[in-house]
Design a protein around this ligand. Sequence first.
Ligand SMILES: [Zn+2]
Length: 325
Amino acid sequence: MYSNPAPFWEKGANLRDYGVNALFVHGGAITSQLMARAGEEGARVFAEFPTWNGKGYVERRPEAWPLNEKGEKAPAATWFLGVCPTDPGFRAYRMQQLHDLLERFDLAGVWMDYFHWHAQFEDPDPVLPETCFSESCLAAFQASSGIRVPSGTPARRAEWILGRHERAWRRWRVECLLGWAREIGDAVRRRRPGALVGVYHCPWKDTEYDGALGRVLGLDLDRLAAAVDVLSPMVYHGRMRRNPEWVGESVEWLSGRVNSKARIWPIVQAHNDPRAIPAGEFERVLRMGAGGGATGVMMFTAHAVASDPAKMEVMRRVYRQWQMA
Ligand SMILES: [Zn+2]
C-alpha cells in the first residue's frame, strides 16, 4: 500500500489479514510506532522520498527555483513545482534529509519520487516546459559537455543552446538526474545493506508527446532501470484520462522495453479523483498492474481504499489470493 496506513488501521484492520506485505510511506510520516506496528503485522516499510519536489523550499530559497527558456522563474505546472537540480544548497538539503531518514529507521528501501525535471505528467493535459537555465545548470552543462555557452542574457543563452546543441543539452539533463540516483542509491546501500532503491516514474512510452519522457522529463528508461532495483510506473488511469486496459498495456510494454534486472512494481489508482474509481474497476487495475512481467503492485492510496469498504474487500480478496498462489 502507498501512503500513511493510519486510515487503514483506524478501521481496525490488520495488514496481515489483508495480505499487505509492504508499505510505501512518505519519509516525513514514518515514525517508530509505524515501523513497529508494520513489523508486527508482517509488512516491510519503504520510504517515499520526494526528490525534486521544490514546493516549500524554492519559495524560501529562490535561487533554487527552476528557470525557463526566458530565464524567468517557471510557473507551477498545475499543482507541481519542481526545483533546480544543480542548486548546491538544495542538493545538500535533500541529501541530509536522506541521511537522517536512513539513520533513524531500518527501512526496507527508498523510493525516489518526483523523479523528473519541472513538469506535470499526472494530469490529462501535460505541462512540459523547458528548464532549467539557471547559472548552476549552465555551469554544470558546460563542464560536462565541454561546450562553451557564450555570455548574454539567460534568454539568449537558452536560445543558443537549444538552437545549436539541443542533443548535448538533453543528454546532460538525463545525466544530471542519474547522478542524483546514483548518489541516493549509494547512500541507501551503504547505511542499509540489502535495502532496495526504487523510483516512481512517468508511465509514458518513449514516443508519446513527441518524446517528452526523455526530451522534457529527462528520463532514459534503460539507464534509469540500470540505476535502481525497482521501477514503479505511475499508471494512474483515471487521472490521466486513460481506460483501465491501458494499465495492463503499459506494464507489459515496460517489461518488454527495459532490458535489465530491475523489478517492476507499478502503482495503480484507487483514489476517486478527478472521478470515482468503482471497486470493480480498482480490482481490474490492481490485477493488471501486477501482470505483464510485474512482480508487485501498490495503490494510490491506502486512504482511498480504507474509506471504501468495497475497495477494502477487493484488496483483501486479491492479495490473499496471490498469497495462496
Ligand atoms: Zn537549474
